[in-house]
Design a protein around this ligand. Structure first.
Ligand code: 5BU
Length: 465
């Protein structure tokens, strides 16, 4: 480690930007150290040193514009921009509500490459969000440079989306320098090493532990049914004919723990539809889930859920909900209802080119986590196992991830649907798979349902044990 880096560690420690002891993190976890670089702007000498280190790191990289993630890294990037004569851009925290409404400030051309500077990397999440904003604005992103890497495997995580990460100093560098200078004792340094050596993801709980930590009866009901039926297969029964509907459901009922309907696809919705559906659900012990994808203001969705021809709330215990209209949709749907009902929030979609962003997904998960009273889990998808795992790590373990867009025999349907294999879906972290045409469009739905159930349940069992 060169003198500049050693000095940086010592300076940061001296000004209290690196602290050791016991700290409670936002997540509730306890950490033996704490890094807060916000105050460095008040120390021009330290900034000068950092900018020198950044310039050395950037010397061999290709980029047309540069940015720093607000707030801490933005003044650093500004200084680097001036000294290296590279234009600066930056991303607003919120899009402007008036004027141009643009998210990125500064002049650039579409197709240019933007290098992103940040102060710290822990999970990589804020890096993905920053990159996404730049990419949406037409810039390319390849390299990230962080001042301090305090992550377990940040570079690997960024690599899952093709980004390269360079860091100026690591936690190990800090421990070495401070140890050598007599500013940190060995025990504390060891605690920090152990802490950082623990992946940021929470330890994976067993399914039983997850059930014990689930307070919502509606989520528990799903988990119990899965275990009782030894199935994590949801049948997506999108057929027009009522006779076909019941014929397939009678044959596949033993294999599934839940049926997902699109009731508005049926050619006729006769008076006996609901009693017949409920009778079959009782006979084969499965749950009824209507994929209505509510998306309007609270007052409207309340009527859509409870009134009209279908009176969905009377027979579907679970429904899907888009969060585009904000949290009040949950009160509209589930408030003042005399039967227990819950929703699955659409956190990610399987459709090609869908407009859901990382940022949107995170906000959906934030709401769902707060509203476990009426949110049983999420509908999600991903490009590959790594991508799904990263998404799954953000979902509370006492809620469920259901994954549509699963097919064992084909990759797509020519209308934008993108399929994953059962193995990839479960390995990524899906708790249950939703399968439609893989079963419904076959000549032998019963045999296909068995095939999907076995593949999904075996993969799931191997994982949860
Ligand atoms: P398929 O026949 O297995 O492609 O049917 C998938 C079902 O899941 C279908 O009912 C869709 O409406 C539903 N779905 C989906 O495919 N992808 C999504 O992102 C969401 C729902 Br949300």
């Amino acid at each position: 480690m060169n003198t500049e880096k050693r000095n940086l560690v010592l300076d940061l420690h001296r000004i209290g930007a690196l602290k050791f002891g016991e700290f409670k993190l936002k997540s509730g976890a306890r950490s033996p150290f704490y890094i807060d670089l916000r105050s460095i702007i008040s120390y021009p000498e330290i900034i000068k040193n950092i900018v020198g280190l950044l310039k050395a790191e950037l010397a061999d990289k290709q980029f047309d514009v540069i940015t720093g993630i607000p707030y801490t890294a933005l003044p650093l990037a500004a200084q680097v921009s001036v000294e290296m004569n590279v234009p600066l851009v930056y991303q607003r925290k919120e899009a402007k509500a008036y004027g141009t409404g643009k998210l990125i400030e500064g002049h650039f051309e579409k197709g240019q490459t933007c290098l992103i500077i940040d102060d710290l990397i822990t999970t990589g999440e804020s890096k993905f969000e920053a990159a996404e904003g730049m990419v949406q604005a037409g810039l390319k992103v390849k390299d990230f440079v962080c001042l301090i890497d305090r992550s377990y495997n940040g570079a690997e995580i960024l690599k899952t989306k093709g980004y390269d990460l360079q860091s100026i100093i690591t936690v190990e560098d800090m421990l070495t320098v401070l140890g050598e200078e007599g500013k940190l004792d060995d025990d504390l340094a060891q605690k920090v090493r152990e802490f950082v050596g623990t992946p940021v993801e929470k330890p994976q709980l067993s399914f039983n532990q997850r059930m014990r930590s689930t307070e919502s009866p509606m989520t528990l009901k799903l988990m119990e049914t899965m275990l009782r039926k030894q199935s994590n297969l949801v049948l997506s029964l999108d057929v027009e004919g009522v006779n076909d509907f019941f014929d397939i459901l009678e044959k596949t009922g033993p294999e599934i723990f839940m049926v997902k309907t699109h009731v508005d696809i049926l050619e006729e919705f006769r008076g006996d539809f609901v009693p017949r559906l409920k009778a079959l659900a009782e006979k084969h012990d499965f749950i009824i889930f209507e994929d209505r994808k509510f998306a309007d203001i609270g007052s409207t969705v309340r009527k859509q859920f409870r009134s009209g021809e279908f009176k969905i709330s009377e027979w579907a215990e679970y429904v899907t909900v888009h969060m585009i209209a904000g949290e009040a949709i949950l009160d509209g749907l589930f408030g003042d209802l005399d039967v227990p009902r819950a929703g699955f929030l659409l956190a990610r979609m399987s459709a090609k080119g869908n407009l859901i962003s990382e940022n949107y997904t995170r906000q959906v998960l934030d709401i769902g986590k707060r509203r476990q009273d009426c949110v049983a889990g999420y509908i999600g998808h991903g490009a590959n196992i790594d991508d799904i795992q990263r998404f799954k790590a953000k979902i509370p373990q006492n809620q469920l991830l259901l994954m549509p867009g699963v097919n064992l025999d084909t990759k797509g349907d020519g209308l934008g649907q993108q399929y994953l294999s059962v193995e990839d879906a479960i390995a990524g972290g899906a708790d249950a798979i939703i399968v439609g045409r893989g079963i419904v469009a076959s000549d032998d739905p019963a045999a296909q349902a068995k095939r999907y159930r076995e593949a999904a349940w075996n993969a799931f069992k191997a994982k949860i044990n």
